[in-house]
Design a protein around this ligand. Structure first.
Ligand SMILES: Nc1ncnc2c1ncn2[C@@H]1O[C@H](COP(=O)(O)OP(=O)(O)OP(=O)(O)O)[C@@H](O)[C@H]1O
Length: 238
């Protein structure tokens, strides 16, 4: 079966000479969840930018649904971006528009029928616990709620992949856990997830696959041992 996402010996060197990624290879299956971690400057953001085609590899290939993103024509970019939802640490919401408008925007751009847009926006916001905040301006919401609006906007088009760059970086530990929990539910709904984070305690608690970058190299790729660190005699859900 074709992987949803495949990095094959990917390197990214900037004109400054900075080698942000070096010979990185891994695959992500449909509806999988993985963290990318590593120290500041390890290459996490660079890797995610290649996935949503904001940047291109200097060598090697990034295949998404079998298509080589390094060879994507400019005209094919909007279609690709509809298939990869993106969540940023600083959510990047339109502060002068309502929550509803922010989440509806990607569907409007995609040319989805207005009646369908209303339905999908409502369902998505309800799923994220924001069903009663449709008409609010994002500036009046809490940081955690704003981040959830950002997630709603990224998933409303039901993309096969969601990438999130430090999505909990601005949140207190409890909210961070809550937002990560919401992201962890997405694979069951058909959306694979890649999260860049350096919050090691949180990553450990989530018990998902972890890719570790160090100075641009992928130095580890592991899933937590089943049954390890389980408390209270719980069964391993995986
Ligand atoms: N456009 C650019 N031009 C030159 N160097 C860059 C560029 N973007 C990133 N870099 C460098 O590439 C390396 C990897 O950066 P990247 O932002 O991917 O790391 P990161 O792991 O996301 O770090 P952080 O956790 O601090 O966000 C760093 O040394 C960074 O300074």
């Amino acid at each position: 079966m074709t992987a949803l996402l495949q990095f094959d010996r990917v390197s990214r060197r900037f004109v400054s000479g900075q080698q942000a990624l070096l010979d990185v290879s891994f695959q992500l299956a449909s509806a999988d969840f993985s963290f990318i971690t590593g120290h500041s400057g390890a290459g996490k953001t660079t890797l995610l930018r290649l996935v949503y085609a904001a940047d291109r590899a200097s060598s090697g290939s990034v295949l998404f649904e079998g298509r080589n993103l390094g060879r994507l024509r400019r005209g094919a970019l909007p279609t690709h971006r509809r298939r990869v939802g993106v969540v940023f640490q600083d959510h990047r919401l339109l502060m002068d528009r309502s929550v509803y408008d922010n989440v509806a925007l990607p569907l409007l751009i995609a040319g989805v029928k207005p009646s369908e847009i209303g339905k999908r926006v409502r369902i998505t916001l309800e799923r994220l616990g924001l069903g009663d905040r449709l008409q609010a301006r994002p500036g009046l919401l809490s940081t955690g709620e704003q981040q959830r609006v950002g997630i709603a906007r990224a998933i409303v088009g039901q993309p096969p992949l969601l990438v999130a760059d430090e999505p909990t970086g601005n949140l207190d530990p409890q909210l961070a856990e809550e937002v990560m929990g919401l992201l962890a539910e997405l694979p069951a709904q058909g959306t694979a997830v890649m999260v860049a984070s350096h919050d090691l305690p949180l990553i450990k608690r989530m018990r998902k696959r972890v890719l570790v970058l160090d100075k641009g190299r992928l130095i580890d790729d592991f899933r937590p041992e089943p049954e390890s660190e389980l408390e209270d005699g719980q069964e391993d859900p995986a």
